[in-house]
Design a binder for this molecule. Structure first.
Ligand code: AMP
Ligand code: MG
Length: 493
């Protein structure tokens, strides 16, 4: 056997092409992840690995532990930390990957370009006071919730692997350290543009904008004004994304501009959580004292973030700054309508409606108001509506709900398709299972405290098919018992 035909046991299928590293040098710092003491692969997403063109059999053992810990850099990778800025709770700051490293862009068998990024991989030039590390619990939490969103059909970064590092990280107490490998269409954020604009170098800004167009919206390069078209296209993706969050009761929790990805994926799972009882004021994040990122404010905040994005593009949109402002303002003010259309169309589907009537918005709003008055569970109320026979307890017995129900039934009859078709539509769009906060915590506790990953795996299995009813006795569909403490989530942990 000649050397070249010898099987290469460590060819895991990496095919890197690192286009981000061809941007002007101001956009990143090149460095390798900081190696860790004793890496151990504790969670591995074999299905995702396969879709990326990676060989799960090669990566599931020690090779995966070494690679996903950053201890072994696969051939073709050109690791870097990305520079960016962002408005955090309304205030502008220079940021950057303080604990993340972009390993490179994997080109998949389908020709897609996917960022492979480590989170918790050590200090970088952007770490500020941080230790560059991550604790196991929050990395597992990101794994569970990002994979749940993916299964719900919502654009999101994904989770490929979690390794424990064998090192401790110090937060309020000493915790097990871990690294998450996440994948993304890209990590270009509103904050990346804010960084470019803050540097005041129009050539760099244009290079970033051209790169973003090429990577995410290649059709726009032929547009008369590609940068205005970029703004509009990013807005459309964000409107659709936030509408999809709203339709499943997802609260991102920290919609800072550095956590808004221009490719339109959900990114940065810190204090996010799903709402149980419907209340637009719901906030889980321990630091969101004013409810800036409450469930019901998400569309407005998305628009606010897009206005920050629009500001960065002004010098590219038109040479006359007044003209540029006027064009960008018109574009951004269109967000509310686009969002409302996406949301209403999703709500129609949730209610089994396939045609449109002028009163549909009011029909939905009246249901939501009724749910809020009675503290009804968001997920289960919609799921139960499709069941035909309504459950005995709770909201379904109230007078105001019964009146609404009659209206809805009458409305359902005013469309061409049968009730069976409507039911099927509802059952394929109203999830039976979401990552309930207490079930996520239960899975994390088993993994972190007892190294028992079976609870998490079981939860992930059910979350992977969210439109199938889980077995009743498993209780995955139930909200937390009323005795449970109010749920709190944390950033940057
Ligand atoms: P996040 O809240 O995760 O969006 O992070 C906001 C900023 O803080 C980003 O620039 C992160 O890279 C940085 N950051 C968060 N945690 C750490 C840490 N442990 N060490 C260094 N930087 C961090
Ligand atoms: Mg972030």
């Amino acid at each position: 056997m000649t050397p070249s035909s010898k099987p290469n046991h460590v060819d895991a299928g990496w095919r890197f092409d690192n286009s981000y590293g061809r941007l002007p040098a101001a956009f990143y710092a090149r460095l390798n992840p900081v190696p860790v003491r004793t890496p151990k692969l504790v969670v591995f997403n074999a299905a995702l690995a396969h879709a990326l063109g990676l060989d799960p059999d090669v990566l599931k053992g020690d090779e995966g532990a070494a690679v996903f810990a950053g201890n072994r850099i696969p051939g073709g990778a050109e690791p870097l930390a990305q520079a960016y800025a962002g408005h955090q709770f309304g205030f502008f700051t220079m940021l950057g990957d303080g604990r993340a490293i972009l390993l490179g862009e994997q080109v998949t068998p389908r020709g897609e370009r996917v960022d492979i990024q480590f989170k918790g991989s050590g200090r970088t030039p952007f770490s500020r006071q941080g230790d560059g590390r991550a604790a196991l619990g929050p990395m597992l939490r990101e794994y569970i919730i990002s994979e749940a969103l993916h299964a719900l059909g919502i654009p999101t970064t994904r989770s490929l692997a979690v390794v424990t590092t064998g090192e401790q990280v110090f937060r309020e107490t000493a915790l097990a350290g871990a690294i998450l490998t996440r994948t993304a269409a890209s990590h270009i954020r509103v904050g990346t543009f804010e960084y470019a604009a803050a540097r005041g170098n129009t050539d760099e800004l244009r290079a970033l904008a051209d790169y973003t167009i090429q990577r995410h919206f290649p059709d726009l390069s032929a547009d008369d004004n590609p940068y205005l078209a970029l703004l509009e296209a990013v807005m459309a993706r964000q409107a659709s994304l936030v509408a999809q969050w709203m339709l499943v009761g997802f609260i991102h929790g920290v919609m800072n501009t550095d956590n808004m990805a221009l490719g339109g994926e959900t990114i940065d799972y810190g204090p996010c959580a799903f709402m149980d009882a419907y209340d637009p004021n719901t906030v889980f994040s321990s630091i969101d004292h004013n409810g800036r990122y409450a469930y019901g404010r998400q569309p407005q905040i998305a628009q606010w973030n897009l206005a920050r994005f629009a500001e960065t593009l002004l010098p590219l949109i038109h040479e006359d700054s007044q003209e540029a402002i006027s064009m960008a303002t018109t574009a951004v003010s269109g967000f509310a309508d686009t969002f409302r259309q996406d949301w209403l169309s999703g709500m129609r589907t949730k209610l089994g409606l396939q045609n449109q009537e002028a009163d549909d918005h009011a029909l939905v709003q009246d249901l939501l108001a009724c749910m809020q008055r009675h503290g009804a569970d968001f997920t289960n109320t919609f799921r139960d509506l499709a069941s035909g026979s309504l459950p005995e307890a709770s909201i379904f017995q109230t007078q105001d709900f019964k009146q609404w129900f009659e209206r809805w039934q009458a409305r359902l009859k005013r469309q061409p398709d049968s009730l069976e078709v409507s039911c099927r539509l509802m059952n394929t769009h109203n999830p039976a299972i979401i990552p309930r906060n207490h079930r996520v915590e239960e899975a994390l506790a088993a993994a972190v405290e007892r190294a028992d990953y079976a609870v998490m795996q079981n939860l992930l299995d059910y979350l992977g098919t969210p439109f199938q009813d889980p077995p009743e006795e498993a209780g995955y569909h139930l909200p937390a018992p009323p005795s449970a403490q109010p749920y709190r989530t944390f950033c940057g942990t």
